[in-house]
Ligand binder design. Structure first.
Ligand SMILES: O=P(O)(O)OC[C@H]1O[C@H](O)[C@H](O)[C@@H](O)[C@@H]1O
Length: 650
């Protein structure tokens, strides 16, 4: 249970693209109902109690709601072609929103105003408001792990408070933020230096999944932004995620160990890839700088929820930045997971601005009426496309190179959250959940996969554009600036998908075209998209965009009645990899033949593949450090070329 107090949000700066002329401009308000309900702070909830609460909230199941069948029938009835719906101005007005500078236009969805009304009704019948509030309050809505889902607390202001199980989590959050601020300022100023006395100007963030994709996305979004670029002058930030030694080699390439700081990021501090990469870089540091204790203490820090495991690894407590089990990995960008590497690269002010942008959307999501609530609208639209219209893929297409890693990050946020097959009570979901997300920046995608979305399958698209680009380049003699050129495509593609091109239009543009060619040039149109416009792309808007999509995913999961905050689906592969690792290690050590092992342990196919793999590297048996190499350096070099595990102590 949680007791919530909420200080009013700082008045947001004017962020609008085109000023006050926009329709449906909605300011963030502190509460949907005008007040934030206070809940009594009490002791820990029982697992059964928490589970009961959520199961009750999900009961009846979504497909048992009267609205579900109504929407299914409504979807089957068809609707006018988008080109006709787009000429219905009142409808378009009703499908346009602006919130704190973020514009959402969903008039190009395959929806009538009646669809919109029915989806809102579905939201009410699904008790969406109650579920959103349960998340913000710290109820244990992650049923299968019996955890609260409180990434929004990471973005709350210092003067706010959220008491969960007797603990003010906002206070805890800001204690770590203060630690990040102090540490990053000392590193950036040179007050804290490396083992040889040099400034630490290069940072390698080691982590995977949620401990990588979010921070990498934000870094990519900021690295060409003017003020961020200035703040990062003379500094570099790299990421090392893949256990593939090629990634190690690339991440370390050209680095000077004397000026390099490694940030090992892992919520659990057990993830195989991250731990091997951490051991590898620790070995590299020792090879480069020697074995003195300050080599590790001055060149390696950690972000984790498991302080004991970090300490067992050899990183001191004062060099460890904590977070909490109520932050899911893929929602952890606003914790030290993202905040630390970003503060080291761009300074703490930039981080604050990013967090403030996230908070703006958090408060909007929590308080705005559902029909004006951007994440709610986006979530309902995607449920409509996916579950009722059967379009299971969603392309996220940012018309901004700085957002190039956004689709990959949202791919994890969405697919790991909502790729589930059971309801909260464990019973099977009889409809499909979880969108398949992919995306690339426009215009690159236009010269690649857009063919399919124009003439092949129907793929609902999210177009994301920015009014003022990060790079103002305008060549004399060109009709428009380079950014206008980019955005011409942003606007054109949405209409091309919606309107299409009829055979008559094809013939009108190419009179005399042979009949057999006409159909090749016809576009059916009627393909849905939504458009998001941001005023510019600074840290604040990066935060807004991220929170928008995080909450969109939550809305989908709330409607589908699933647990969006666990990820059991990633476990089986990890378990089998552990078994495989053990077997490969044994084979190498004993010089056993793979077939002898494979017959009993693996199926024919895996055995045969393994045999092919191991046959080509039988010489790797010689790579055992203790037998062959005289120095860790030689061993390390070999490991860069051949995948093998470094000895724990070297
Ligand atoms: O941060 P870590 O504990 O190292 O976890 C890293 C990642 O691995 C897991 O397998 C999950 O798929 C991700 O949700 C998580 O972010």
């Amino acid at each position: 249970m949680a007791f919530v107090t909420s200080a009013p949000a700082a008045a947001p700066a004017a962020h609008g693209c085109v000023g006050s002329g926009l329709l449906s401009r909605i300011a963030p308000s502190p509460s949907r109902s005008g007040t934030v309900p206070a809940r009594p702070g009490s002791g820990a909830r029982t697992r059964a109690g928490a589970a009961q609460a959520m199961v009750m909230m999900a009961d009846p199941k979504p497909h048992e709601l009267p609205l579900w069948r109504t929407l299914q029938a409504h979807a089957g009835q068809g609707r006018p072609h988008l080109k006709d719906m787009l000429s219905d101005v009142p409808r378009c007005i009703n499908m346009f929103r602006e919130v704190d500078g973020v514009v959402l236009d969903f008039s190009r969805q395959l929806m009538t105003q009646e669809t919109q009304r029915l989806l809102m009704e579905l939201a009410h019948q699904s008790q969406l408001e109650k579920k959103i509030e349960a998340m913000f309050q710290g109820d244990r809505i992650n049923i299968s792990e019996n955890r609260a889902v409180l990434h929004t607390a990471l973005r709350m202001a210092k003067d706010q408070s959220l008491v969960v199980d007797g603990q003010d989590v906002v206070k805890d959050v800001h204690a770590v933020l203060d630690q990040v601020k102090m540490f990053s300022e000392k590193i950036r100023s040179g007050e804290l230096r490396g083992a040889t006395g040099k400034k630490l100007t290069q940072v390698v963030a080691i982590g995977i999944g949620g401990s990588f994709l979010g921070p990498a996305f934000v870094h990519t979004a900021l690295e060409t932004e003017r003020s961020a670029q200035q703040a990062a002058a003379g500094r570099t930030l790299r990421f090392l995620a893949n256990v593939d030694p090629e990634d190690v080699s690339r991440a370390l390439s050209g680095l000077n160990a004397e000026t390099t700081l490694f940030v090992v990021i892992s919520k659990t501090f057990t993830t195989a890839e991250t731990m091997l990469n951490a051991r590898t870089t620790r070995a590299w540091l020792k090879i480069q700088l020697g074995d003195a204790p300050e080599v590790i203490s001055k060149h390696m820090v950690a972000v984790s929820t498991s302080l004991e495991k970090v300490s067992a690894f050899g990183i001191a407590q004062e060099n460890t930045f904590g977070f909490w089990d109520w932050v899911g990995g893929r929602y952890s960008v606003a914790s030290a997971v993202g905040v630390l590497p970003l503060a080291l690269q761009y300074g703490y002010d930039m981080v604050e601005s990013f967090l403030t942008g996230m908070r703006s959307i958090d408060e909007h999501f929590r308080s705005a009426p559902l029909h004006n609530n951007l994440p709610v609208l986006m979530g309902l639209i995607s449920v409509w496309n996916h579950t009722f219209l059967g379009h299971h893929v969603n392309a996220i297409l940012p018309y901004d190179q700085a957002l190039s890693k956004f689709p990959a990050h949202i791919q994890q946020v969405s697919m790991e959250s909502n790729g589930k097959g059971v309801f909260l009570d464990g019973s099977p979901v009889p409809f499909s959940t979880g969108e398949i997300i992919f995306g690339e920046p426009g215009t690159n995608g236009q010269h690649s996969f857009y063919q399919l979305i124009h003439q092949g399958r129907v793929v609902p698209v999210d177009f994301i554009g920015v009014c003022v680009g990060q790079q103002p380049i305008y060549l004399p003699g060109e009709p428009v600036s380079n950014h206008d050129e980019l955005m011409s495509n942003f606007f054109a593609q949405a209409d091309a998908l919606a309107y299409g091109k009829t055979p008559q239009e094809v013939l009108a543009s190419e009179p005399g075209l042979p009949a057999e060619l006409v159909n090749h040039k016809v576009f059916s149109g009627n393909r849905p998209s939504l458009s998001i416009l941001l005023p510019r792309l600074e840290a604040y808007q990066v935060g807004q965009l991220l929170a928008l999509y995080e909450h969109r995913v939550a809305v989908q999961g709330f409607i589908w009645g699933i647990d969006s905050f666990d990820q059991w689906g990633v476990e089986l592969g990890k378990q089998l990899a552990t078994k495989m690792r053990r077997e490969i290690s044994d084979i190498r050590r004993d010089g056993r033949d793979v077939s002898a092992m494979g017959k009993d342990s693996f199926n024919y196919s895996t055995t045969r593949l393994l045999r092919s793999y191991l046959a080509s590297i039988t010489e790797s048996k010689a790579l055992l450090y203790k037998d062959v190499f005289t120095s860790p350096f030689e061993y390390f070099q070999a490991c860069v070329q051949e995948s093998c595990e470094l000895p724990e102590d070297e």
